[in-house]
Design a protein around this ligand. Structure first.
Ligand code: DND
Ligand code: ATP
Ligand code: GLN
Length: 586
């Protein structure tokens, strides 16, 4: 029998953690530790992110019966984690032979219910219709006088759906569990949306997101708790694990319903909810204890990262987790003394520790002296290992070997330019094979867009750190990093970008100035503007045509490129899927 009792203030904890896809035992350990920590702090409900048991997104692992079974077994290992509290965890869940993206509600050693996700994102980087069925009902949980609902990520983005059904039925708290990947400034977009949802529902809204990197995605955390007016009560940190614990006096919810006539309208609309709502009792007595005071460390205010600092941290997180989760510890980078490889080295050193990063200078006959000097100074300032491997002897022998094939010009042609890049790629990959570090490539988004990079040359490597960073942002990020400690030599900022693959080569010989190229690329690549619209924006028609051709033709190169951190709303990769053989340009 459940004891009849009420309490006004309920304590909720949001565990913003970094799970690893497929690491069931590690994820279970992490969940148990955080759940117990929250319970010790007096939390009544502890919520974890979407699909936290498997890691997110598990992609086609969801097509393996053995994977779904392992997730179910892992869920059972959590039943005794905090049996006298409510634990909410994301898990793939099979019911009647159908797979759902679920939120399991655990209490008193039982699975009280598994809430199915209703809105399945299938756009951008998401592909959930490929795996899951859409939930056709939701639950309202009753724990004494507390009424709460649980929704999963995309569910909260829709004004109509499980969240609105629960709100019309009447809840004090809506918990939304998330695997919401980062792009620049997305936390502000989420916050505005969540403020609207909380105010419309007239209840507390607790939004928990994960942190860390998974392949090309980075999760920024920035979990948030809002009151029934949409006022922010607490936040989680950006890009770091965190435990957010908040007290929710639920008379505030009744008060908001008494003051807001929309609530009475909503209550009348209950007869036609978007989704059926099933009431489920939490099989626990209402906790009677006084809440222990929260330590200062838990209550401290968190300020979300913004602007360039936010992007820099996203890159550091993405590199750190890609390297760690793929089993590497160290990294190697070709250091040219240019801005791209300098910034890449900074990010690597900050992500992995300078002692785990090696920079290779590989001068050729066309390299300027400052390219070696600047690379060396950067390496010294960062405290990374620095080695010089001149490529001239190999280049010379290659030219000799290739000469009998004919048509080898004295001055380097594109084939010869690329040969130098390929020699460097070979040296870097050999270093990786022999000593174990992952090769980090340095190409930026502007170059990847235009195909201004050599296949199997500077594109050779395991992770493309700046793949979604346009060139002008590369400079801003480098300036930002230097504002923390001046590691990149000043000369690197002022010299004109050059591949140094032939005498006096400059990027602007091939590409339009980056001040024109970057905004044009953003409109064409990220927003899909047409040729005519770009010209109406004021871009020179000749440049527009040239850039469109370069971008479209380089699709084959991008398909063969290493993965890299997604930072913009439209990164190359699964976010932007275009045919390679394509005759439509415009
Ligand atoms: N549709 C298609 N599907 C599959 N493969 C295709 C293809 N079209 C060409 N190819 C292949 O790709 C080859 C051309 O690609 P690739 O060999 O890469 O060479 P490519 O694109 O011709 O030249 C690379 C350019 O990037 C510049 N670069 C290189 C290195 C670093 C930087 C920098 O500043 O960071 C700039 C370099 O100066 C040169 O202008 C063709 O020879 C052909 O084998
Ligand atoms: N002399 C060199 N020594 C070591 N690596 C080099 C050298 N030249 C080029 N690379 C590698 O190839 C990448 C492409 O460099 P490149 O100089 O051609 O173009 P970039 O886009 O201007 O890059 P960066 O700004 O780093 O110079 C570099 O970032 C670096 O990793
Ligand atoms: N996992 C999800 O459902 C994510 C979708 C959601 N719109 C987001 O990016 O936040």
């Amino acid at each position: 029998m459940v004891e009849e009792m009420t309490r006004d203030t309920w304590r909720i904890a949001l565990a913003q953690i970094d799970p690893t896809v497929g690491d069931f035992s590690g994820n279970v350990r992490l969940i148990r530790e955080r759940a117990r920590e929250a319970a010790q702090l007096g939390a009544h409900i502890v919520a974890f992110p979407e699909l936290v048991i498997t890691g997110y997104p598990p992609e086609d692992l969801l097509l393996k019966v053995s994977f779904i079974d392992a997730a179910r077994r892992a869920l059972h290992l959590l039943l005794d984690a905090i049996p006298d509290r409510v634990l909410i965890v994301g898990v793939p869940w099979v019911e009647s032979g159908i797979l759902y993206n679920g939120a399991a509600i655990l209490a008193r050693g039982e699975i009280v219910a598994v809430v199915p996700k209703h809105h399945l994102p299938t756009y951008g980087v998401f592909d959930e219709d490929r795996y899951f069925a859409r939930g056709s009902h939701t639950f309202r949980f009753l724990w004494g006088n507390l009424r709460f609902g649980v929704t999963i990520c995309e569910d909260i983005w829709y004004p109509i759906g499980p969240a609105s059904s629960l709100a019309t039925r009447g809840i004090d708290l809506l918990v939304n569990i998330n695997g919401s990947p980062y792009h620049r400034g997305k936390w502000i977009q989420r916050q505005v949306m969540l403020q609207t949802r909380a105010a419309d529902a007239g209840c507390y809204l607790a939004y928990v997101n994960m942190v860390g990197g998974q392949d090309e995605l980075v999760f920024d955390g920035n979990s948030i708790v809002l009151d029934p007016n949409g006022t922010i009560l607490a936040r989680g940190t950006s890009f770091e694990e965190d435990l957010i614990v908040v007290d929710l006096p639920i008379t505030r919810v009744l008060s908001s319903w008494l003051h807001d006539p929309r609530r009475r309208w909503l209550a009348r609309a209950e007869s036609q909810p978007a989704l059926p709502v099933v009431d489920r009792e939490i099989p626990l007595p209402v906790p009677g204890e006084q809440l222990p005071p929260l330590p200062e460390s838990v209550q401290r205010p968190r300020t979300p990262l913004e602007g360039v600092a936010e992007v820099y941290q996203a890159l550091v997180t993405g590199v750190r987790d890609y390297v760690r989760k793929t089993g590497f510890r160290t990294a190697v980078i070709g250091l040219s003394g240019g801005i791209d490889s300098s910034l890449t080295a900074c990010i690597a050193a900050d992500a992995l520790g300078p002692e785990n990063v090696t920079g290779l200078s590989m001068p050729s006959r066309y390299s300027s002296r400052h390219s070696i000097e600047d690379a060396e100074e950067l390496a010294r300032n960062l405290g990374i290992r620095f080695l010089i491997v001149p490529i001239e002897p190999v280049h010379r022998v290659f030219r000799e070997v290739l000469a009998p094939l004919g048509n080898q010009p004295e001055e380097p042609d594109v084939a010869d330019e690329n040969l130098q890049a390929r020699i460097r790629g070979t040296i870097l990959m050999t270093y990786s094979n022999r000593f174990g570090p992952i090769v980090l490539t340095t190409g930026n988004k502007s170059e990847m867009a235009c195909g201004y990079a050599t296949l199997y040359g500077d594109m050779a490597g395991g992770f493309a750190v700046l793949k979604d960073v346009p060139k002008l942002l590369v400079y801003q990020l480098a300036r930002y990093r230097n504002s923390i400690s001046p590691v990149i030599p000043e000369r690197v900022f002022v010299k004109p970008p050059s591949a140094e693959l032939r005498p006096n080569q400059k990027d602007v010989d091939t590409l339009p100035p980056f001040e024109i190229l970057d905004p044009l690329l953003e409109l064409y690549v990220e927003q899909d503007l047409s040729r005519e619209e770009l010209i109406r924006h004021g871009f020179d028609p000749e440049i527009v045509d040239r850039v469109i051709m370069m971008v479209d033709r380089a699709e084959y190169k991008r398909r063969q490129a290493a993965p890299g951190v997604k930072l913009t709303p439209r990164a190359f990769g699964r976010d932007r899927r275009l045919p390679i053989a394509n005759w439509f340009h415009g």
